[in-house]
Design a protein around this ligand. Sequence first.
Ligand SMILES: Nc1ncnc2c1ncn2[C@@H]1O[C@H](COP(=O)(O)OP(=O)(O)O)[C@@H](O)[C@H]1O
Ligand SMILES: [Mg+2]
Length: 174
Amino acid sequence: MKLNPAQNDAVHYVSGPCLVLAGAGSGKTRVIINKIGYLVDKCGYKARNIAAVTFTNKAAREMKERVAQSMGRKEARGLWISTFHTLGLEIIKREHKVLGLKPGFSLFDDQDTLALLKELTQDELDEDKDLLKSLASTISNWKGGSSFQSRRAKSLKMNSSNYLLCYISVMLST
Ligand SMILES: Nc1ncnc2c1ncn2[C@@H]1O[C@H](COP(=O)(O)OP(=O)(O)O)[C@@H](O)[C@H]1O
Ligand SMILES: [Mg+2]
């Protein structure tokens, strides 16, 4: 597969990060496909140690197909080609022990979260959608942020259920 000079440079540059900035349909994905092949064939990397991250699941499917066509299905086996979120989830699944999670842990999307909170706060919040959303977003901030509450909850080693109950009581008292 013939590459133009700029694509060629990007494919063969493997000593650090490389930003390819070009318009739609100009051959960026082709660079990535060829670079993966180059890393495996010429640089001795194992497919399972290479991750390619896309923005959408559709793009990931397309990239998987193009890589398999270009390198061969067998050689492409083990490559990590997925969205950022799927990659993160796969890492958490593999490393669940380190994180103290059970192997079959489940992942809640926004709807699951709201449904559970609705169930748990039936009497207190009376299914008030705004309050439920605010509750969900504050819990999310606690989990991701370095807020005072987050640190305090960690230091108290709360489990998720008393964390939630504690939070609900804070909400109701403010
Ligand atoms: N150097 C090249 N020579 C010929 N065709 C190319 C070249 N680079 C890319 N293409 C073709 O152009 C089309 C768009 O390439 P693609 O890599 O999907 O672009 P992008 O990811 O930038 O949208 C594809 O059909 C691809 O095979
Ligand atoms: Mg592309």
